[in-house]
Design a protein around this ligand. Structure first.
Ligand SMILES: NC(=O)c1ccc[n+]([C@@H]2O[C@H](COP(=O)([O-])OP(=O)(O)OC[C@H]3O[C@@H](n4cnc5c(N)ncnc54)[C@H](OP(=O)(O)O)[C@@H]3O)[C@@H](O)[C@H]2O)c1
Length: 334
């Protein structure tokens, strides 16, 4: 008897520079049988995140590289099909790390049951998931903003940046964003409620940023590096704080050299890099607060959803060049 199959995407080859479609391979594999303590899940959404570019490389980093010919790693949200774990039953909605795959088996201990009555399942991969938690941690534990201060965040329309600015507004700050293109900037101001957003593609980033932050910048959430980061440094106020979250401008080999480094000294800036997964103790508090704000409509979010697993590589390549508008997901619902 032939067992049912599902599709997955594996890492076929490590990219050099820009990621290409041929770095991935779509495969059909047999649906696994869950063992003791395990749960079989049908995934409904896959999260695509910039960190995956780092894992595709075998360069030294904070996490080991993704193995070749194995399912691409990634966060998923889906529904339990069969459970051998007392904490889960068929039909439960769960979030886990089942990777770029339509189905998968996981130890129950690695899954989180989620409540979709007031929060959509997909949001647990974005604003009420790792990206939201990243924003919450960087803002509350590194940027330490006070009411009346100005905060700046790059990649402001994205999964992390959009939450940083909205949380800062709730604290009474002036929130300024940097994003690519007039549509993203309009969304950041008109929909998300930032005070200003500068289009770094418009060609006069330094001048536009100075206008958007007339009292300087007290805390910076850096997602991009390169020209965006450099433009912010001269505007930093004395004793300002930088949460260094990402350097996406350099993930495919671009230039993230810091030319204005002297302002870190002259403005006596505190800069801290961080990896959100290193703070698991804070996740229940952070996700709890974010969930409540989303359920009350106080934090908004936007999603770009690729239609199926086969479309994931194109969507991921697009994410690395700004083609996404909001949290990039892949729909795996049949
Ligand atoms: N440290 C951590 O624990 C942690 C956790 C999660 C995410 N991150 C980092 O946070 C950043 C944002 O992640 P996200 O998930 O929220 O992604 P995202 O902002 O939803 O999507 C990525 C965005 O980056 C921007 N971008 C890409 N290439 C760029 C370039 N060369 N110059 C300027 N902007 C560029 C694009 O926006 P535009 O169209 O506006 O350019 C793109 O839409 C990434 O750097 C990521 O690695 C870090």
């Amino acid at each position: 008897m032939t067992r049912a199959t599902y599709q997955r995407i594996v890492l076929a080859a490590r990219p050099r520079g820009q990621v290409k479609e041929e770095n991935f391979r779509l495969e059909s594999v047999s649906v696994p049988v869950p063992g003791a303590g395990q749960v079989l899940v049908r995934n409904q959404f896959l999260s695509l995140d910039p960190y995956m570019r780092g894992r595709m490389s075998d360069a030294k980093s904070y996490a080991p590289p993704q193995a070749l010919d194995e399912t691409m790693l990634g966060a998923t949200a889906g529904e339990v099909v069969e459970s051998n774990h007392p904490g889960f039953a068929a039909g439960d909605k769960v979030v886990g790390m089942l990777g770029w795959a339509e189905m998968g088996v996981a130890d129950g201990a690695t899954l989180r049951k989620v409540d979709t009555r007031k929060i959509a399942l997909s949001a647990y991969l974005g604003v009420v998931g790792m990206p939201g938690m990243t924003a919450w941690y960087g803002l509350n534990h590194i940027m330490l903003p006070k009411a009346g201060e100005t905060i700046l965040v790059s990649a402001a329309s994205g999964a992390v940046g959009s939450v940083v600015g909205q949380l800062a507004k709730l604290k009474g700050c002036r929130a300024v964003g940097i994003a690519g293109g007039p549509d993203k900037c309009a969304y950041v101001v008109d929909e998300l409620g930032f005070d200003a957003c500068v289009d770094y593609k418009a060609g006069k980033l330094d001048a536009d940023l100075a206008v958007a932050a007339p009292a300087g910048i007290d805390a910076l959430f850096e997602n991009v590096g390169g020209a965006c980061f450099d433009a912010a440094l001269p505007l930093l106020n004395p004793f300002s704080r930088i949460a260094l979250c990402g350097l996406i401008a350099g993930y495919s080999g671009g230039d993230v050299a810091i030319r204005n480094i002297r302002y870190l000294l002259t403005s006596r800036v505190s800069l801290r890099g961080f990896i959100v997964t290193e703070h698991p103790d804070l996740w229940p508090q952070g996700l709890g607060e974010l969930g409540a704000l989303v359920a009350e409509g106080k934090i908004k979010y936007r999603e770009s959803v690729a239609p199926n697993l086969a479309a994931a590589p194109t969507a991921f390549i697009g994410l690395l060049s700004g083609k996404n508008f909001g949290k990039q997901l892949v729909s795996l619902a049949a």
